[in-house]
Structure formats: C-alpha cells, structure tokens
Design a protein around this ligand. Structure first.
Ligand SMILES: Cc1cc2nc3c(=O)[nH]c(=O)nc-3n(C[C@H](O)[C@H](O)[C@H](O)COP(=O)(O)OP(=O)(O)OC[C@H]3O[C@@H](n4cnc5c(N)ncnc54)[C@H](O)[C@@H]3O)c2cc1C
Length: 172
C-alpha cells in the first residue's frame, strides 16, 4: 500500500489529501497539522464568510488576474478552474452564491460550511488526520522513500510527501 503524508491542515492540505485518495483509493493518506485545529485560516477567511472562488470561467481571462505566473497557471486552470471548484462544493451540499463583483460565497455566509464540507469529505474518503503534530524535517532515503521527523511523535517513513504548509510563517 502506498503511504502519502500531507504536511499542513489548511485548505490546500485538505484538498490535496482528498484528491490523493480519489486518485489512489488504496493508499494510506495521513495529514499532519502542527496546530490544535485544522482549517483555521478557512474559518477566518472572507471575514468569516469564506470567499470560495471568483466566478470567472474563461481560463485565459482568469490568468490575467495573475500578472506574474499567469502563463504557468493556464494549464493548471485548464484542469481545474473556478467552475470546477463551485461544482465540487455544490455537489457536496454547499449552496453557493455569486455576488455582484463575482466573488463566490456560501449562501449561508458561513465559512464553517466550507470547513465542515472539507472535513466530511476527508472523513468519507478515509484521510487520517493528526493534529498538534508538527513535522520538523524530512529526509530522502536511498530507497526513494521519505523519513519524516516530528516535534512530538516518533519518526515515520512514507512513500510520498505533499507539502501544504502554507506561506509566510511556514516552518519545517
Ligand atoms: C484574514 C484572511 C482572510 C482571507 N480570506 C480569504 C478568502 O476569503 N478567500 C481566499 O481564497 N483566501 C483568503 N485568504 C487567503 C487564504 O487563507 C490562504 O490563501 C489559504 O488559507 C492558504 O491555504 P494553505 O492551505 O496553502 O495554507 P494555510 O491555510 O496557511 O495552511 C497551512 C497549514 O500548515 C500548517 N503547518 C505549517 N507548518 C507545518 C509543519 N511543519 N507541520 C505541520 N503543519 C504545518 C499550519 O499550521 C497551517 O494550518 C485569507 C487570508 C487571511 C489571513
């Protein structure tokens, strides 16, 4: 069984972990979050309403919002773009609305609905979640596997690593 470690319990960590399970259902996917709670930034995002995405479905036009790196994002958006994001959440029971400026929010105006959706989907596909467990370092082994060292747990070896530890104050 392939083992995949996801480092960071934010929006990107959850989405990556869930998709790792979609693509490799037999894999063992475990997400480590250094804080006591996961998805903390999603909770406060958009002033507690969570601006889920932007209702621009033309991928070329969408790249124009990214003056640096827009070209590189084109192929990414061709695979998954705001329309897919909206479809993903609405097909999992989160009703969304598009505001006048094209920002997309849950109809409830509650970021908790997004948090609950990600938690529920992660649970239903079998992502394991370990909170209060920060990854201290990762070493590549000769076998090609990755040895993860934690601040407060024994070392563990995984076949694959997904880094989703955010920007800014990211620590390893
Ligand atoms: C006030 C505010 C409002 C925002 N509003 C919006 C919005 O409405 N819409 C929007 O799209 N974006 C919004 N953003 C931006 C958005 O929150 C970020 O782009 C998004 O949260 C990034 O997600 P992430 O998963 O990459 O990183 P994060 O949410 O930062 O998650 C990274 C996680 O990794 C954990 N971590 C870090 N290092 C380690 C380690 N060594 N071991 C284990 N875990 C680790 C962190 O504790 C954290 O939980 C907002 C940001 C702020 C600050």
């Amino acid at each position: 069984m392939v083992s995949i470690v996801v480092i960071g319990g934010g929006a990107s960590g959850f989405f990556s972990a869930i998709h790792a399970k979609y693509f490799f259902p037999d894999s063992d996917v475990i997400l480590f979050e250094k804080g006591k709670e996961v998805l903390q930034k999603v909770r406060i995002s958009g002033g507690g309403r969570c601006n889920v995405t932007h209702a621009c479905f033309d991928t070329r036009q969408l790249t124009e919002f990214y003056p640096r790196g827009g070209k590189a994002l084109l192929s990414v958006f061709q695979q998954f773009q705001p329309e897919d994001t909206m479809q993903w959440f609405s097909s999992r029971g989160v009703e969304l609305k598009v505001e006048d400026d094209n920002r997309v929010f849950p109809v409830s105006d509650l970021s908790q609905d997004i948090v609950d959706c990600l938690l529920q989907e992660a649970k239903s596909v079998g992502v394991k979640i370990q909170t209060a467990c920060g990854v201290k370092s990762i070493h590549r082994l000769e076998s090609g596997d990755f040895s993860c060292h934690f601040h407060n747990a024994p070392e563990r070896v995984f076949n694959r690593v997904i880094m989703a530890s955010g920007g800014g104050e990211t620590r390893l």
